[in-house]
Write a protein that binds this ligand. Sequence first.
Ligand code: HGY
Ligand code: MN
Ligand code: MN
Length: 417
Amino acid sequence: MTISSNMKINSERLWDSLMEMATIGPGIAGGNNRQTLTDDDATGRKLFQSWCEAAGLSMGLDQMGNMFARREGTDPDALPVYVGSHLDTQPTGGKYDGVLGVLGGLEIIRQLNDMKVQTRHPIVIVNWTNEEGTRFAPAMVSSGVFAGVHTLDWAYEREDADGLKLGDELKRIGWCGDEPVGERKMKAFFELHIEQGPILEKENTDIGVVTHGQGLKWLQLTVTGKESHTGSTPMPMRVNAGLGMAKITQLVDEIAWSHAPNAVGAIGHCDVYPNSRNIIPGKCVFTIDFRHPQKEIIADMEARLREGAKKICDDMSLGLEIEQVGGFDPVEFDLDCVTAVRSAAERLGYSHRDLVSGAGHDACWINRVAPTAMVMCPCVDGLSHNEAEEISPEWAAAGTNVLFHAVVETAGIVEAS
Ligand code: HGY
Ligand code: MN
Ligand code: MN
Protein backbone atom coordinates (compact mmCIF):
# COMPACT_ATOMS: atom_id res chain seq x y z
CA MET A 1 0.00 0.00 0.00
CA THR A 2 1.44 3.36 -0.94
CA ILE A 3 0.71 6.58 0.84
CA SER A 4 -1.84 8.72 -0.99
CA SER A 5 -2.23 12.48 -1.11
CA ASN A 6 -5.53 12.31 0.78
CA MET A 7 -3.76 10.91 3.85
CA LYS A 8 -3.68 13.94 6.13
CA ILE A 9 -3.39 14.58 9.84
CA ASN A 10 -6.15 16.02 12.03
CA SER A 11 -5.13 19.68 12.12
CA GLU A 12 -7.66 20.71 14.79
CA ARG A 13 -6.41 18.02 17.17
CA LEU A 14 -2.81 19.09 16.51
CA TRP A 15 -3.65 22.74 17.17
CA ASP A 16 -5.55 21.89 20.37
CA SER A 17 -2.52 19.95 21.66
CA LEU A 18 -0.18 22.84 20.82
CA MET A 19 -2.43 25.26 22.70
CA GLU A 20 -2.77 22.93 25.70
CA MET A 21 1.01 22.45 25.94
CA ALA A 22 1.39 26.24 25.71
CA THR A 23 -0.52 26.63 28.99
CA ILE A 24 2.41 24.98 30.80
CA GLY A 25 5.21 27.36 31.74
CA PRO A 26 3.46 30.44 30.30
CA GLY A 27 5.51 33.54 29.56
CA ILE A 28 4.48 37.06 30.56
CA ALA A 29 3.61 38.16 27.00
CA GLY A 30 1.69 35.29 25.46
CA GLY A 31 4.60 32.93 24.80
CA ASN A 32 6.34 30.38 27.00
CA ASN A 33 8.99 30.20 29.68
CA ARG A 34 9.27 26.42 30.08
CA GLN A 35 13.01 26.23 30.54
CA THR A 36 14.76 22.90 30.65
CA LEU A 37 14.73 20.85 33.88
CA THR A 38 12.40 23.24 35.68
CA ASP A 39 9.18 22.08 37.34
CA ASP A 40 7.31 23.43 34.30
CA ASP A 41 9.47 21.24 32.04
CA ALA A 42 8.52 18.28 34.22
CA THR A 43 4.83 19.15 33.93
CA GLY A 44 5.12 19.42 30.15
CA ARG A 45 6.88 16.05 30.01
CA LYS A 46 4.13 14.48 32.11
CA LEU A 47 1.42 15.83 29.81
CA PHE A 48 3.29 14.61 26.72
CA GLN A 49 3.74 11.17 28.29
CA SER A 50 0.04 10.95 29.16
CA TRP A 51 -0.85 11.70 25.54
CA CYS A 52 1.62 9.09 24.27
CA GLU A 53 0.27 6.43 26.61
CA ALA A 54 -3.29 7.29 25.58
CA ALA A 55 -2.15 6.66 21.99
CA GLY A 56 -0.91 3.20 22.99
CA LEU A 57 2.81 4.00 22.86
CA SER A 58 5.45 2.40 25.09
CA MET A 59 7.73 4.90 26.81
CA GLY A 60 11.52 4.94 27.11
CA LEU A 61 13.70 7.40 29.04
CA ASP A 62 17.50 7.64 28.89
CA GLN A 63 20.11 9.03 31.26
CA MET A 64 19.86 12.50 29.67
CA GLY A 65 16.10 12.55 30.14
CA ASN A 66 15.48 12.08 26.42
CA MET A 67 11.94 10.70 26.08
CA PHE A 68 11.10 8.00 23.50
CA ALA A 69 7.52 6.95 22.69
CA ARG A 70 7.35 3.84 20.50
CA ARG A 71 4.57 2.58 18.21
CA GLU A 72 5.26 -1.00 17.18
CA GLY A 73 5.68 -1.95 13.53
CA THR A 74 4.84 -5.29 11.98
CA ASP A 75 8.56 -6.16 11.92
CA PRO A 76 9.90 -5.80 15.48
CA ASP A 77 13.47 -6.24 14.22
CA ALA A 78 13.23 -3.40 11.71
CA LEU A 79 15.06 -0.24 12.81
CA PRO A 80 12.55 2.36 13.94
CA VAL A 81 11.91 5.67 12.19
CA TYR A 82 12.38 8.44 14.77
CA VAL A 83 10.54 11.74 14.69
CA GLY A 84 10.70 14.59 17.18
CA SER A 85 12.26 17.76 18.52
CA HIS A 86 12.21 19.48 21.95
CA LEU A 87 9.66 20.70 24.52
CA ASP A 88 11.96 23.08 26.42
CA THR A 89 11.69 26.76 25.58
CA GLN A 90 13.68 29.97 25.82
CA PRO A 91 12.92 32.20 28.85
CA THR A 92 10.97 34.46 26.50
CA GLY A 93 10.17 31.77 23.97
CA GLY A 94 7.34 31.03 21.63
CA LYS A 95 4.68 28.33 21.69
CA TYR A 96 5.94 26.45 18.62
CA ASP A 97 9.79 26.34 18.64
CA GLY A 98 10.49 22.64 19.20
CA VAL A 99 6.98 21.87 20.41
CA LEU A 100 5.58 21.65 16.88
CA GLY A 101 8.11 18.93 16.06
CA VAL A 102 7.28 16.81 19.11
CA LEU A 103 3.48 17.20 18.91
CA GLY A 104 3.59 16.87 15.12
CA GLY A 105 5.17 13.45 15.71
CA LEU A 106 2.39 12.59 18.16
CA GLU A 107 -0.25 13.68 15.66
CA ILE A 108 1.20 11.27 13.08
CA ILE A 109 0.72 8.41 15.55
CA ARG A 110 -2.80 9.52 16.46
CA GLN A 111 -3.72 9.68 12.77
CA LEU A 112 -2.23 6.24 12.00
CA ASN A 113 -4.25 4.87 14.93
CA ASP A 114 -7.43 6.49 13.59
CA MET A 115 -6.74 5.07 10.14
CA LYS A 116 -5.80 1.67 11.65
CA VAL A 117 -2.72 1.69 9.46
CA GLN A 118 0.32 -0.37 10.40
CA THR A 119 3.88 0.35 9.30
CA ARG A 120 6.64 -2.21 8.86
CA HIS A 121 9.20 -0.23 10.84
CA PRO A 122 8.31 0.93 14.34
CA ILE A 123 7.93 4.70 14.75
CA VAL A 124 9.38 6.48 17.80
CA ILE A 125 8.63 10.05 18.89
CA VAL A 126 11.49 11.86 20.68
CA ASN A 127 11.60 14.77 23.10
CA TRP A 128 15.28 15.80 23.38
CA THR A 129 16.28 17.36 26.70
CA ASN A 130 17.65 20.93 26.74
CA GLU A 131 17.78 21.76 23.06
CA GLU A 132 17.84 25.49 23.77
CA GLY A 133 21.08 25.62 25.73
CA THR A 134 19.98 28.83 27.38
CA ARG A 135 19.85 27.63 31.01
CA PHE A 136 22.62 25.06 30.54
CA ALA A 137 24.99 25.70 27.62
CA PRO A 138 25.56 24.34 25.02
CA ALA A 139 22.46 24.07 22.87
CA MET A 140 21.39 20.60 21.71
CA VAL A 141 23.41 19.06 24.53
CA SER A 142 21.33 15.86 24.88
CA SER A 143 21.20 15.00 21.20
CA GLY A 144 24.90 15.80 21.33
CA VAL A 145 25.46 13.16 24.03
CA PHE A 146 23.29 10.75 22.00
CA ALA A 147 25.48 11.38 18.92
CA GLY A 148 28.69 10.88 20.92
CA VAL A 149 29.76 14.55 20.70
CA HIS A 150 29.66 15.09 24.50
CA THR A 151 30.09 12.62 27.34
CA LEU A 152 27.29 12.07 29.85
CA ASP A 153 29.52 13.17 32.74
CA TRP A 154 30.51 16.40 30.96
CA ALA A 155 26.86 17.16 30.24
CA TYR A 156 25.87 16.47 33.87
CA GLU A 157 28.43 19.03 35.03
CA ARG A 158 26.97 21.95 33.00
CA GLU A 159 25.95 24.68 35.40
CA ASP A 160 23.23 27.31 35.19
CA ALA A 161 23.55 30.93 36.36
CA ASP A 162 22.78 29.85 39.95
CA GLY A 163 25.48 27.16 39.93
CA LEU A 164 22.97 24.28 39.72
CA LYS A 165 24.22 21.29 37.74
CA LEU A 166 22.34 19.79 34.79
CA GLY A 167 22.62 16.24 36.16
CA ASP A 168 21.34 17.24 39.60
CA GLU A 169 18.39 19.16 38.15
CA LEU A 170 17.48 16.25 35.85
CA LYS A 171 17.34 13.95 38.89
CA ARG A 172 15.53 16.55 41.00
CA ILE A 173 12.62 16.78 38.53
CA GLY A 174 12.48 12.98 38.38
CA TRP A 175 13.16 12.57 34.65
CA CYS A 176 16.54 10.83 34.69
CA GLY A 177 16.14 7.41 33.07
CA ASP A 178 18.33 4.31 33.36
CA GLU A 179 18.72 3.72 29.63
CA PRO A 180 22.26 4.44 28.40
CA VAL A 181 22.33 7.37 25.95
CA GLY A 182 22.96 6.71 22.28
CA GLU A 183 22.53 2.94 22.05
CA ARG A 184 19.30 3.21 20.05
CA LYS A 185 19.78 2.62 16.32
CA MET A 186 17.61 4.53 13.86
CA LYS A 187 16.53 3.86 10.29
CA ALA A 188 16.04 7.62 9.97
CA PHE A 189 15.25 10.73 12.00
CA PHE A 190 12.89 13.50 10.86
CA GLU A 191 12.40 16.84 12.62
CA LEU A 192 9.63 19.36 11.87
CA HIS A 193 10.45 22.90 13.01
CA ILE A 194 9.28 26.45 12.40
CA GLU A 195 11.76 28.27 10.16
CA GLN A 196 12.61 30.94 12.77
CA GLY A 197 13.52 33.17 9.82
CA PRO A 198 11.69 35.28 7.19
CA ILE A 199 12.28 33.40 3.91
CA LEU A 200 9.25 31.09 3.61
CA GLU A 201 6.70 33.70 4.62
CA LYS A 202 8.27 36.37 2.39
CA GLU A 203 8.21 33.98 -0.59
CA ASN A 204 4.70 32.80 0.30
CA THR A 205 6.01 29.22 0.42
CA ASP A 206 4.41 26.53 2.60
CA ILE A 207 7.32 24.13 3.16
CA GLY A 208 11.09 24.39 3.66
CA VAL A 209 12.93 21.27 2.47
CA VAL A 210 15.99 21.61 4.68
CA THR A 211 19.09 20.42 2.84
CA HIS A 212 21.70 21.86 5.22
CA GLY A 213 22.09 23.41 8.67
CA GLN A 214 24.54 26.29 9.11
CA GLY A 215 27.42 25.94 11.55
CA LEU A 216 27.65 27.71 14.91
CA LYS A 217 30.37 28.88 17.29
CA TRP A 218 29.68 30.13 20.84
CA LEU A 219 32.67 31.88 22.46
CA GLN A 220 32.36 33.00 26.08
CA LEU A 221 34.61 35.97 26.90
CA THR A 222 35.60 37.12 30.37
CA VAL A 223 36.96 40.69 30.31
CA THR A 224 38.44 41.91 33.60
CA GLY A 225 39.20 45.51 34.54
CA LYS A 226 39.08 47.38 37.84
CA GLU A 227 35.99 48.28 39.84
CA SER A 228 36.09 51.94 40.94
CA HIS A 229 33.82 54.90 41.59
CA THR A 230 31.97 56.17 38.49
CA GLY A 231 32.06 59.70 39.91
CA SER A 232 35.46 60.27 41.42
CA THR A 233 37.70 58.14 39.16
CA PRO A 234 39.29 60.37 36.49
CA MET A 235 38.76 59.04 32.93
CA PRO A 236 42.47 58.34 32.26
CA MET A 237 42.62 56.15 35.39
CA ARG A 238 39.73 53.87 34.48
CA VAL A 239 40.11 50.19 33.57
CA ASN A 240 36.56 49.74 32.32
CA ALA A 241 35.55 46.15 31.50
CA GLY A 242 32.17 47.41 30.29
CA LEU A 243 33.82 49.61 27.67
CA GLY A 244 35.93 46.66 26.56
CA MET A 245 32.78 44.57 26.11
CA ALA A 246 31.18 47.39 24.12
CA LYS A 247 34.15 47.64 21.75
CA ILE A 248 34.19 43.85 21.28
CA THR A 249 30.45 43.92 20.59
CA GLN A 250 31.11 46.42 17.80
CA LEU A 251 33.90 44.15 16.48
CA VAL A 252 31.53 41.13 16.40
CA ASP A 253 29.09 43.14 14.28
CA GLU A 254 31.82 44.33 11.87
CA ILE A 255 33.16 40.78 11.41
CA ALA A 256 29.67 39.42 10.64
CA TRP A 257 28.93 42.21 8.14
CA SER A 258 32.28 41.59 6.45
CA HIS A 259 30.95 38.16 5.41
CA ALA A 260 27.50 39.36 4.28
CA PRO A 261 24.96 38.14 3.29
CA ASN A 262 25.18 34.76 5.05
CA ALA A 263 27.23 35.40 8.17
CA VAL A 264 25.58 36.39 11.44
CA GLY A 265 27.05 37.46 14.76
CA ALA A 266 25.68 38.82 18.04
CA ILE A 267 26.06 38.80 21.80
CA GLY A 268 22.85 37.59 23.44
CA HIS A 269 24.12 36.86 26.93
CA CYS A 270 26.14 39.21 29.13
CA ASP A 271 26.74 39.49 32.87
CA VAL A 272 28.24 42.72 34.22
CA TYR A 273 29.93 42.63 37.65
CA PRO A 274 29.23 44.05 40.13
CA ASN A 275 26.39 45.57 38.05
CA SER A 276 26.04 48.61 40.29
CA ARG A 277 24.96 51.97 38.88
CA ASN A 278 27.94 53.82 40.35
CA ILE A 279 30.73 51.27 40.00
CA ILE A 280 32.81 50.99 36.85
CA PRO A 281 32.43 47.33 35.76
CA GLY A 282 35.35 45.24 36.99
CA LYS A 283 34.33 42.15 35.01
CA CYS A 284 32.06 41.32 32.07
CA VAL A 285 31.22 37.76 31.01
CA PHE A 286 29.47 37.45 27.65
CA THR A 287 28.84 34.92 24.85
CA ILE A 288 29.45 35.60 21.16
CA ASP A 289 27.25 33.65 18.72
CA PHE A 290 28.78 33.39 15.21
CA ARG A 291 27.06 31.36 12.44
CA HIS A 292 27.60 30.65 8.73
CA PRO A 293 26.89 27.83 6.23
CA GLN A 294 30.64 27.39 5.55
CA LYS A 295 33.11 26.03 8.12
CA GLU A 296 36.06 28.08 6.86
CA ILE A 297 34.16 31.35 7.22
CA ILE A 298 33.31 30.49 10.83
CA ALA A 299 37.00 29.79 11.41
CA ASP A 300 37.90 33.18 9.89
CA MET A 301 35.33 34.96 12.07
CA GLU A 302 36.71 33.27 15.19
CA ALA A 303 40.33 34.04 14.31
CA ARG A 304 39.59 37.73 13.66
CA LEU A 305 37.57 37.97 16.87
CA ARG A 306 40.36 36.46 18.96
CA GLU A 307 42.95 38.80 17.41
CA GLY A 308 40.75 41.89 17.62
CA ALA A 309 39.54 41.25 21.17
CA LYS A 310 43.10 40.72 22.37
CA LYS A 311 44.19 44.05 20.83
CA ILE A 312 41.23 45.89 22.39
CA CYS A 313 42.01 44.43 25.81
CA ASP A 314 45.78 44.95 25.55
CA ASP A 315 45.26 48.61 24.58
CA MET A 316 42.96 49.08 27.60
CA SER A 317 45.04 46.99 30.07
CA LEU A 318 42.06 44.62 30.43
CA GLY A 319 42.37 40.91 31.16
CA LEU A 320 40.83 38.54 28.59
CA GLU A 321 39.86 34.87 28.69
CA ILE A 322 38.09 33.14 25.79
CA GLU A 323 36.36 29.77 26.18
CA GLN A 324 34.42 27.91 23.48
CA VAL A 325 31.10 26.93 25.08
CA GLY A 326 29.32 25.60 22.03
CA GLY A 327 29.76 24.85 18.38
CA PHE A 328 29.11 22.53 15.51
CA ASP A 329 30.13 22.39 11.84
CA PRO A 330 27.65 23.03 9.03
CA VAL A 331 25.66 19.86 8.28
CA GLU A 332 24.40 18.35 5.03
CA PHE A 333 21.28 16.23 5.60
CA ASP A 334 20.72 12.77 4.13
CA LEU A 335 19.78 12.85 0.45
CA ASP A 336 17.18 10.05 0.63
CA CYS A 337 15.49 11.63 3.65
CA VAL A 338 15.54 15.08 2.04
CA THR A 339 14.03 13.53 -1.10
CA ALA A 340 11.29 11.90 1.00
CA VAL A 341 10.45 15.36 2.39
CA ARG A 342 10.50 17.03 -1.03
CA SER A 343 8.37 14.33 -2.73
CA ALA A 344 5.90 14.50 0.16
CA ALA A 345 5.49 18.24 -0.37
CA GLU A 346 5.00 17.64 -4.11
CA ARG A 347 2.48 14.81 -3.58
CA LEU A 348 0.50 17.00 -1.19
CA GLY A 349 0.60 19.95 -3.55
CA TYR A 350 2.40 22.33 -1.20
CA SER A 351 4.68 25.07 -2.48
CA HIS A 352 8.19 24.30 -1.27
CA ARG A 353 11.82 25.36 -1.61
CA ASP A 354 15.17 24.05 -0.46
CA LEU A 355 16.43 25.81 2.65
CA VAL A 356 19.53 26.06 4.85
CA SER A 357 18.53 26.14 8.51
CA GLY A 358 19.68 29.33 10.22
CA ALA A 359 19.05 27.92 13.69
CA GLY A 360 20.67 24.87 15.23
CA HIS A 361 18.52 21.80 15.87
CA ASP A 362 18.84 18.35 17.41
CA ALA A 363 18.71 17.02 13.85
CA CYS A 364 22.14 18.63 13.28
CA TRP A 365 23.71 16.23 15.79
CA ILE A 366 21.53 13.18 15.02
CA ASN A 367 22.62 13.58 11.39
CA ARG A 368 25.94 12.13 12.58
CA VAL A 369 24.45 8.81 13.64
CA ALA A 370 21.39 8.31 11.42
CA PRO A 371 20.02 9.42 8.04
CA THR A 372 18.31 12.70 8.95
CA ALA A 373 16.25 15.48 7.38
CA MET A 374 14.09 18.39 8.49
CA VAL A 375 10.80 19.92 7.41
CA MET A 376 10.17 23.62 8.04
CA CYS A 377 7.04 25.74 8.02
CA PRO A 378 6.88 29.55 7.95
CA CYS A 379 6.47 31.72 11.05
CA VAL A 380 5.00 35.21 11.18
CA ASP A 381 7.59 37.91 10.34
CA GLY A 382 10.23 35.18 10.68
CA LEU A 383 10.15 35.91 14.40
CA SER A 384 11.26 33.35 17.00
CA HIS A 385 12.97 33.33 20.40
CA ASN A 386 10.36 35.99 21.16
CA GLU A 387 7.05 35.49 22.97
CA ALA A 388 5.25 36.96 19.96
CA GLU A 389 6.34 33.94 17.85
CA GLU A 390 3.31 32.92 15.78
CA ILE A 391 2.32 30.45 13.07
CA SER A 392 -1.01 29.71 11.42
CA PRO A 393 -2.91 26.45 11.93
CA GLU A 394 -2.62 25.97 8.18
CA TRP A 395 1.18 26.21 8.28
CA ALA A 396 1.27 23.79 11.22
CA ALA A 397 -0.95 21.35 9.31
CA ALA A 398 1.08 21.60 6.08
CA GLY A 399 4.36 20.96 7.88
CA THR A 400 2.90 18.05 9.82
CA ASN A 401 1.33 16.52 6.71
CA VAL A 402 4.70 16.57 4.96
CA LEU A 403 6.32 15.08 8.07
CA PHE A 404 3.54 12.44 8.14
CA HIS A 405 4.20 11.38 4.56
CA ALA A 406 7.99 11.39 4.88
CA VAL A 407 7.90 9.33 8.09
CA VAL A 408 5.27 6.84 6.94
CA GLU A 409 6.83 6.41 3.51
CA THR A 410 10.17 5.66 5.20
CA ALA A 411 8.53 3.32 7.74
CA GLY A 412 6.62 1.47 4.99
CA ILE A 413 2.83 1.07 5.12
CA VAL A 414 1.61 -2.51 5.56
CA GLU A 415 -1.64 -3.60 3.91
CA ALA A 416 -4.41 -4.01 6.50
CA SER A 417 -4.82 -7.78 6.84
O1 HGY B 1 20.47 28.38 19.09
C1 HGY B 1 19.80 27.75 18.28
O2 HGY B 1 20.00 27.85 17.08
C2 HGY B 1 18.67 26.86 18.74
O3 HGY B 1 17.50 27.61 18.73
N1 HGY B 1 18.90 26.34 20.06
MN1 MN C 1 14.14 24.75 18.43
MN1 MN D 1 15.01 27.68 20.00
